[in-house]
Structure formats: C-alpha cells, structure tokens
Design a protein around this ligand. Structure first.
Ligand code: MEV
Length: 308
C-alpha cells in the first residue's frame, strides 16, 4: 500500500507576516503524519466521505495529484488538528507523496509546489512556509529575495517566497496546546483586513520580519536570552494583530517564569504556544497546571519520506 509520512512544524518567528512576504523561520518537529492510499471502488478517507470538512486538505490533495481512480485513504497523525503545529500541511504533503508514489512520480519540489497550491485553495490565502517545512524537513527560512542554496521559490501576485534550509543548534522546545482548535484561513483573513484598515498594522508586520532575522542570528549564536526577548516581542505584535486568545495568554504567562521567551506559534486564535527554555520539565508542568497540553518537541531533519 503506497504511503508517505511528513513532519509537523513549529513557527519560531514570523507567522502571519510571512503571508505578506516578510521573512519567517520554522522548524520541522518530531511529530509526524502518515497517509496510506490504495485503489478502491469509491473515495473514502478513514472509511468516511472525502466531503467531510476534516478531509478538505486530503480531498484537494488527491485532486491536485491527479489520482486516476478512487482510493481508500488512511490518515494517521500524531499532530493534533488545529493546534498550529502543521497538521494540515503534513497531511497534505503525505497525501500528495503517497499518490505520487503510487503513480511513480514522486518528486520533492513538485510536492512542495502542489502542497502550497492545496493550502492556497483550501485557506484562500497562505504562504508556503508550512508546506515547505513538511516537505523538506529541518529548519526553514522564508525570504522575499533568494540567497545561496535556495531550495525553491514560489510567487503569488506581487509576493515572492524563497525557501532555504538553515542550521539551528539542537534545542528542545516546549509546546503548549490550548485545546482550542482554530482554522488558519479566517485568522489570515482577519490580519489582512486589519492591515488594510490600519496603517500601523503594516509596520507591525515589517517589525515581525526584522525580528525573524534577528531571532535566527540569536538562535544560531546560542544567545537564548536575546532570542527569548525577540519571541516575547513577536508575541506582543501577534496579539496586536488580533490573533491572540485568552487561552494562549494563560499558557504564555504560565511558561514565562521558567523560559527565555514564549510566543504563540502558527495561526493563533487558540492553537499552541512555544517556549524556549532550558528547564523543559518545569515549563511543561506549568503549562499543565494552567490547563494546557504540553509537548516536548525536537527538530526533525526528515521531510516527506515514502513508507514501506
Ligand atoms: C500558519 O502556520 C502560518 C501562517 O503564517 C499562515 C501561512 O503562512 O500560510 C499564519
């Protein structure tokens, strides 16, 4: 049975601003999704109709991959849905990979391109950072202009994203899932409306872009104090953009005393926060006590891979 797996992701700096073409930094994490496909008499995902809302990305991915006939699809994922940890990107990329394996057309760059288009189709607006991280693994830097070693580039309208691998020192991040699932599309649309209505919001987006580049340098220099301060400022700017949530602020406040820095990660509106800490157990405990679900995650070098 052709199958593929792909990792979830953590955005360390730059979510939302990246949709406007600003830099963003993410890392693949050691929580993965797996998708299995097999020719069948009708389209089914986990025994259910592909029209169920939770299979929107799977349905768009099999259409994009040009599956020649109906498939029985099985999705197994360790990434909580709507958690901001890249579940939809990992499932999209795994689905595209599994269908392409079945057809003998597995090609990583084409999977990254198709996955970005699937996210655009389902969400309305998107950047390629989530889908590139799920496809390529490792730490990914999205930039508006290409640098040496660019993996691939995509454009939409007047925006360009050039995706690069970057090396980060080994870091254990503590993630806290609020349990509040929030779909990305409406949050991205909300930020767009704010930026259109409020000139100040445009400068917040640009500041987040500058924070991303400073944050990358701080992490690479293992200056966790500086990186933590930048995370905290990034979080405040995301709150100003209207994608915060009381459940997130509760977990952020709980994690802060044992961390260098804490911010929401992903689209926000619930979802998850991430803490940079050298006391992961204490931070995880504080997140639990504040009603969140903690995960200790490490960077994952492997992107999309075939199974079996
Ligand atoms: C979601 O993980 C990241 C956002 O920046 C959306 C996107 O880049 O497509 C909020």
């Amino acid at each position: 049975m052709p199958a593929c797996s792909a990792p979830g992701k953590l955005i360390l700096f730059g979510e939302h601003a990246v949709v406007f073409g600003q830099p963003a930094l993410s890392t693949a994490i050691d929580l993965r999704a797996e998708v299995y496909v097999r020719p069948h008499t009708e389209w089914l995902a986990d025994g259910q109709s592909l029209d169920a809302p939770r299979y929107a990305y799977v349905k768009a991915a099999v259409e994009k991959a040009g599956a020649p006939r109906p498939l029985w699809i099985e999705v197994r994922s360790a990434i909580p849905e709507g958690s901001g940890l890249g579940s939809s990107a990992a499932v999209t990329v795994s689905t595209l990979g599994a269908v392409r394996r079945m057809r003998g057309t597995f090609e990583v760059r084409a999977i990254a391109r198709d996955a970005f288009e699937v996210e655009l189709g389902v969400q309305g607006r998107a950047s390629p950072i989530d889908t590139t991280t799920a496809t390529a693994g490792g730490a990914i830097l999205a930039l508006p202009t290409p640098e040496k070693g660019v993996l691939w580039s995509f454009e939409r309208g007047d925006r360009q994203w050039h995706l690069h691998h970057r090396l980060l020192p080994p870091i254990t991040f503590v993630v806290g899932f609020t349990g509040v699932s929030a779909p990305t599309g409406p949050l991205v649309a909300k930020v767009r409306e704010l930026v259109d209505a409020k000139p100040e919001a445009r400068s917040w987006i640009e500041e987040i872009g500058a924070i991303t580049l400073d944050g990358l340098r701080a992490l690479q220099a293992k200056d966790f104090v500086a990186a933590g301060e930048l995370m905290t400022r990034n979080h405040a700017l995301l709150n100003a953009l209207g994608v915060g949530h009381p459940s997130l602020d509760r977990l952020v406040a709980a994690a802060r005393p044992t961390s260098y820095g804490v911010k929401l990660t992903g689209a926000g509106g619930g979802g998850s926060m991430v803490a940079l800490t050298d006391r992961p157990e204490a931070t995880a405990k504080a997140i639990t006590a504040a009603g969140g679900r903690p995960f200790l995650v490490t960077a994952e070098p492997k992107g999309v891979v075939g199974l079996g």
